[in-house]
Design a protein around this ligand. Structure first.
Ligand code: KIV
Ligand code: NA
Length: 277
């Protein structure tokens, strides 16, 4: 398999076939997503919620992220792997941000990083890009700063807020981002943002007119049941499949239907006789 690069993604602006992106946080999931030919695998800080059981993404640390980025990059052969910068790893100073982005590349072996924020983060993005690390931007609903946004809600609904999103997108493009995540913004605004920049936009809850789409895999396969955002299409309910497997195992063990002979090891009869004597 040919490894995809950020330049391949960059070149998909306005292409007929939208860019596909999903999250993965460990070996088996990265393998499945990569084998399916998905263009970009995000090791998102959604890790905190869908794998580590936190209430939100704010508590996720660099070392937690690196642990999972390494697991994913060990197995991926084709997709571009994006390492999500956790809250606190890039909002202190551009210098600290570059240091932490370096760790995602050196220790995590990621292909690039992603961070949340618009205009305000443009200098940080520029510093990381100048350090030789490709950056994906993320605007609209930015879960790490949901507290400042007043909660998890659709962004850019007023003309003023929509214009601010367009300005943010342009600032991030100028700072050197190779693509942008647009999260939870009205579809017509996502279309305007997409038209306003020459880098691909990848939407989550941002309508059909983005250059690509991303979802959290655990939402999409029904493996996270705390809540399902409006913008998710659930393609499977693997929680159900897994629960029934676990239930069947429990019942088989309790009723001595498992293990069978074919699952058991045997030994030569004379050896067995010796130990019985
Ligand atoms: O962490 C994540 O999964 C994300 C996506 C929702 C884009 O940032
Ligand atoms: Na994220």
């Amino acid at each position: 398999t040919q490894k995809k690069t950020v330049l391949d993604i960059r070149a998909r602006k306005n292409s007929d076939t939208p860019i596909t992106m999903l999250t993965a946080y460990d070996y088996p999931w990265a393998l499945l997503v990569d084998r399916a030919g998905i263009d970009i695998i995000l090791v998102g800080d959604s890790l905190g919620m869908v794998v580590l059981g936190y209430e939100d993404t704010v508590s996720v640390t660099m070392s937690e992220m690196l642990h999972h980025v390494r697991a994913v990059t060990r197995v991926v052969e084709s997709a571009v792997v994006v390492a999500d910068m956790p809250f606190g790893s890039y909002n202190v100073s551009a210098e600290k941000a570059v240091e932490n982005a370096n760790r995602m590349m050196k220790e995590g072996r990621a292909d690039c990083i992603k961070l949340e924020g618009g205009k305000n983060m443009a200098p940080v993005v520029a510093a990381i890009v100048q350090a030789g690390i490709p950056v994906q931007g993320h605007i609209g609903l930015t879960p790490q700063t949901a507290s400042a946004l007043g909660g998890f809600r659709v962004q850019g609904k007023s003309a003023e807020a929509a214009q601010a999103l367009i300005d943010d997108a342009r600032a991030l493009e100028d700072a050197g981002c190779f693509s942008l995540i647009l999260e939870a913004i009205p579809a017509p605004i996502a279309k305007l943002v997409t038209e306003a920049v020459s880098i691909p936009t990848i939407g989550i809850g941002a309508g059909i007119d983005c250059d690509g789409q991303v979802l959290v895999t655990h939402d999409m396969v029904g493996l996270f049941d705390r809540f399902t955002p409006k913008f998710v299409r659930q393609y499977a309910n693997i929680s159900e499949t897994i629960s029934s497997a676990i239930g069947a195992y429990k019942s088989d063990v309790e009723n001595r239907r498992f293990p069978e002979e074919k699952h058991s090891f045997t030994m030569k009869a004379d050896e067995l006789d010796k130990i019985r004597d």
